[in-house]
Design a protein around this ligand. Structure first.
Ligand SMILES: Cc1ncc(COP(=O)(O)O)c(C=O)c1O
Length: 398
């Protein structure tokens, strides 16, 4: 067996199951889960039908690089969304969802014969850590700073760590914080990349669910604005899962530095990660339509506008820049909060400490919970009312 497998940490939902073992959820309330970040708005009918119309594609082996039409649809979306012109043949590559791509990317860019470090935000999407460990690298966790809208504090990474860093994961909009990385932070990261030579993987799968007027700044957009039009050492990861409510489709794309994508394509050819032609057809339809994305965003906006003020009466929480999460501060332990809430009100939330690692003596997720507002507004409101009652009843219990 690969000994690196033993380094993998239990997934947050495994830890949640262990935490909830032996808890009897209140049977006075029907269960509501704000735990899993899985989109639950309906999949648009036109995406389903474009899949059905493309079933003939099942009879051929797809190319790993995808059909030119798909790559052009992805490049077209980048043009409309960010005003960027990329070469669809060399700077865009379809992937089977961003999760597999984030993992595979680390396997492609890490040279484990040198003492490699991968810098991850903290808290973070767990795949970054597993990808780093299985690539033979050591993760280094850069804390997000609650005092600066949960911006990652890159200054906390010591120069000797940067000197060994081969890959940095950026997550903007962030999971779980919802924070969007501003241009100044990008400037800093690009300068560090120029100095130390690391690659930047910019995970942007929540880019279309936002609450401010201005859409979130993308990594490629930031790069171009700063005159880096070749996207040197930068690859952005984009997904249809949240944008188009198709987590089961497994479709996204990566875009950026052509020389890195060439190697990534080579890796993927051996790994066997070509996208089904049926999925490619549905993806083309999805990337070419924006109306459903506008409607989807409106649903999240309306939901967050109703739920956030309720919860902010009792929790340290406010509207994030983007994403479908609320990242809330609670009194006391996040684990006891989650366990007692399930027992008394049958609502599942994820303890924040499960989404972060202790680093430099501190777990930046401790004392926080993540709530995924993926169910419909009525269900999320019902959960919020129960959480308000729960916190108020806790306060009144000595
Ligand atoms: C931050 C982040 N990146 C990537 C993913 C993977 O999404 P997908 O593989 O569906 O594109 C998720 C899924 O929850 C996520 O939260």
């Amino acid at each position: 067996m690969n000994p690196l497998l033993a380094k993998l940490q239990p997934y947050p939902f495994e830890r949640l199951r262990a935490l909830f073992a032996g808890v009897t959820p209140s049977n006075a309330h029907r269960p509501i889960s704000l735990g899993i970040g899985e989109p639950r708005h309906p999949t648009p009918a036109f995406i389903q039908s474009s899949m059905m119309e493309s079933l003939a594609g099942l009879s051929v082996y797809p190319a790993t690089g995808g059909e030119p039409r798909l790559r052009e649809a992805c490049a077209g979306w980048l043009q409309r969304r960010y005003g960027l012109t990329l070469d669809a043949a060399t700077q865009v590559l379809p992937v089977n969802g961003s999760r597999e791509a984030l993992f595979a990317f680390a396997q492609t860019v890490i040279d484990s014969t040198r003492d490699a470090v991968v810098v991850c935000p903290n808290p973070f999407y767990q795949i970054y850590e597993g990808a780093a460990l299985l690539a033979g690298a050591t993760p280094w966790y850069a804390p997000s700073d609650p005092a600066r809208n949960f911006a990652v504090d890159w200054d906390r990474v010591p120069p000797e760590v940067w000197a060994r860093t081969q890959l940095v994961f950026v997550c903007s909009p962030g999971n779980p914080t919802g924070a969007v990385m501003p241009l100044d932070e990008w400037k800093k990261i690009f300068a560090l990349s120029d100095r130390y030579g690391f690659t930047i993987a910019s995970d942007e799968c929540y880019s279309e669910i936002y609450f401010r007027d201005e859409p979130p700044l993308g990594g490629l957009e930031a790069s171009a604005r700063l005159g880096r039009t070749d996207f040197k050492r930068l690859v952005a990861f984009t997904s249809l899962s949240k944008r188009s409510n198709v987590p089961g489709l497994r479709s996204g794309f990566v875009a950026g530095d052509a020389s890195i994508l060439k190697q990534f394509l080579l890796y993927r050819t051996y790994h066997g990660s070509a996208m089904s032609p049926v999925v490619q057809a549905a993806s083309i339809a999805a990337w070419n339509d924006e109306a459903h994305v506008v409607d989807n965003r409106a649903m999240y906006r309306q939901k967050f506008a109703q739920v956030t003020p309720l919860l902010s009466q009792v929790l340290d929480v406010r509207l994030p820049d983007a994403s479908f999460y609320l990242w809330a501060g609670v009194q006391g332990s996040d684990e006891s909060f989650a366990r007692d809430l399930l027992a008394q009100y049958n609502v599942t939330v994820l303890p924040g400490s499960y989404l972060a690692r202790e680093s430099q003596g501190h777990n930046p997720g401790a004392g926080r919970i993540r709530m995924a507002l993926v169910a419909d507004t009525a269900e999320c409101l019902e959960a919020a009312h129960r959480i308000v009652q729960f916190v108020q009843s806790r306060k009144s219990t000595p």
